[in-house]
Design a protein. Structure first.
Length: 605
């Protein structure tokens, strides 16, 4: 699939200072906070989890909508910590300097003169006991001072940028695990709950822990998925499966308006998640919303592969999409369609568009790419440990099993966001004795899917080589992929606080595609940008029709728009959907009759 040797990625886009301020605030801030009134630096792996007051909804900013494909092993983490340790040993002055600073901080804390305070967004220390009780207040301050000094050593060591990021991640696993709030005695809220319940909360927590050891690989359960049943409470938009192959099912959604556009839209979802993230509960469903605007909508639902499908690669999926396009056009009686692709599905869609451009196929009138990393070189959390060695090891692992297991990917991702996706639930489930909340997005997130080994390998080469930015660096269905040769209209969506697909990487589509372009930047994170129904007063998106090379300059000149990009996209797409015509009285066609109601069979696997 890839036509050149593994090589380092090209230089990342120029606006990385802003990205690094999001990825590692400790690095972008002053190295040493002044000893006067100060707050602890945010966690080295911050998130937008605090954008909403609800813990369940807030965590949508950090969940793995596009799970990391490279993997993360204890060996990698240990090696990163080991490199930091070797630097400390060869440069003891750094350890001495920060040790003395910590000693002075601890002395002020003991004397009660320290004004060190937790970040207001750090939910671990919101209990008033941490400010009112002198013992707990000092414990909190001592922890924050120790964590800050330990992480600050990284910036004073002669480590290259990537080694520094890896060391920061490895040390963060230690510092977040050592938070006093992860223990019963160090968590005043848990102590209060235990006293109030006469120890009942601790008994329930022990039961929760035993259950997770038995059935969840020892990880805390993050969501109660029982209320969310596919086809009953989620993925309920009316429609029907009108085509099924070994690789996919094609769903046609029932129109809800008297007239619809003549040109249909086809969704390519990511292969590493189930498609119904776009069809959650009524009122939170993208599909429901755009169908109500008159968009004739079809969606692909991928089969969840097993080891028997180990040889399905990128070309397998591209061939299946071409079949789905043929069926969509036949049912719609249209010569072309609009394409909507998201996340890994966006990478697949870009490759397909490159193939169609090369052979002169005009069946795609417009393309929309949602949170898609066209330029993978932009620095992000998930490529901290990406290297040729790590990629090859990951490929060997999936070849051996035949698949890359979705459940294992979820565990890897959780440890990349330990406060939000591990310790948060450790405390609530085991120390507080609470049951996890029921929340549709989290239920979707744990409804994991696998990747066939060959597709995983193809994605890994794309991830390491970043071939889409170089014309002809890869092939799709035998065609060299040149994004500049793609002349259909483009709508691209990025997410401002996306830690998986930095928006600068999504923005590069405006520089590489050859047709008319529109880029919209949602004000939220990866999943929050996708599940973005109108009506939320906090929802914003940015637009700027001047697509300069520097993403930072584009953002400086962008206008802020209230509302959701969903409405903007629906208007843009309807303008490209042709003249209105009466909605069909029934779904499917004589050649492609209804096979079963939506959401179909494959999504339940």
């Amino acid at each position: 699939m890839i036509t050149r040797e593994l090589s380092p990625p090209p230089t990342r886009p120029p606006d990385e200072d802003h990205l690094m301020a999001v990825l590692s605030p400790a690095r972008s801030a002053n190295r040493r906070p002044k000893p006067a009134t100060r707050r602890a630096a945010p966690s080295a792996l911050p998130s937008d989890i605090h954008a909403t007051p609800s813990p369940a909804e807030g965590v949508t900013g950090v969940i793995g909508g596009a799970n990391p494909l490279v993997g993360l092993s204890p060996v990698q983490v240990a090696a990163a910590a080991g490199r930091w340790g070797r630097h400390i040993l060869t440069d003891p002055a750094v350890a001495l300097d920060h040790g003395l600073r910590l000693a002075r901080d601890l002395a002020r804390i003991a004397a009660g003169s320290s004004e060190l305070a937790a970040d207001p967004k750090d939910r671990r220390f919101v209990d008033p006991t941490f400010t009112r009780n002198p013992v707990y207040h000092r414990v909190m301050q001592a922890y924050l001072a120790w964590r800050a000094e330990l992480l600050a050593t990284i910036d004073d060591l002669p480590m290259d940028e990537k080694s520094g990021d890896r060391a920061r991640f490895a040390l963060s696993l230690v510092t977040e695990a050592m938070a006093p709030t992860n223990t019963l005695l160090g968590n005043p809220a848990a102590m209060k709950r235990a006293l109030e319940t006469g120890g009942g909360s601790l008994l329930r927590g022990a039961r929760n822990r035993l259950s997770d050891v038995r059935s969840n690989g020892g990880m805390p359960t993050i969501v109660d998925s029982r209320p969310f049943r596919v086809g009953e409470t989620v993925a309920v938009s009316p429609g029907a499966v009108v085509f099924r192959s070994d690789v996919l099912e094609l769903i046609q959604y029932a129109p809800t308006t008297p007239t619809i556009g003549a040109r249909p839209t086809l969704l390519i979802p990511p292969q590493i998640n189930k498609f119904y993230i776009l069809d959650l509960a009524p009122g939170r469903s993208f599909i429901e919303h755009v169908v109500a605007q008159g968009v004739p909508f079809f969606a692909i639902s991928w089969r969840n592969p097993t080891a028997d499908q180990r040889d399905w690669g990128l070309d397998t999926y591209l061939g299946a999409i071409l079949e789905a396009i043929d069926v969509t056009l036949a049912i719609s009686r249209s010569r072309d369609l609009n394409l909507l692709a998201m996340c890994a599905g966006g990478l697949t869609g870009a490759c397909l568009l490159g193939h169609l451009a090369h052979i002169g196929d005009k069946r795609v009138r417009s393309a929309s790419l949602v949170v898609t990393a066209i330029d993978i070189s932009v620095r992000s959390q998930i490529n901290i440990f990406a290297s040729e060695r790590a990629v090859k090891a990951s490929i060997r692992g999936s070849r051996k099993k035949g698949i890359l297991e979705g459940t294992e990917l979820a565990k890897v991702f959780a440890w990349m966001r330990p406060n939000d996706l591990v310790w948060n639930y450790w405390v609530s489930s085991y120390l507080m004795g609470e049951q996890p909340a029921a929340f549709d997005v989290l239920a979707w997130n744990v409804d994991s899917t696998n990747l066939p080994a060959k597709l995983h390998e193809d994605f890994m080469h794309m991830f390491l080589e970043n071939p889409l930015v170089t014309p002809g660096a890869m092939t799709a269905l035998g065609s060299p992929v040149d994004l500049g040769a793609i002349t259909c209209d483009l709508y691209a969506v990025g997410a401002l606080t996306d830690h998986l697909v930095p928006w600068q990487g999504a923005y590069q589509a405006t520089q590489l595609f050859g047709g008319s372009r529109r880029f919209v930047l949602s004000s939220s994170g990866h999943i929050q940008a996708i599940v973005n129904p109108p009506g939320n007063p906090k929802t914003r998106y940015f637009t700027n029709d001047d697509y300069v090379a520097d993403p930072g300059e584009w953002l400086k000149g962008a206008s802020e728009n209230a509302g959701s990009w969903w409405d903007d996209w629906a208007t843009w797409t309807m303008d490209r959907s042709g003249p209105g015509r009466p909605a069909p009285p029934r779904l499917g066609s004589r050649a492609f009759p209804v096979l079963e109601p939506a959401p179909g069979r494959y999504v339940r696997e």
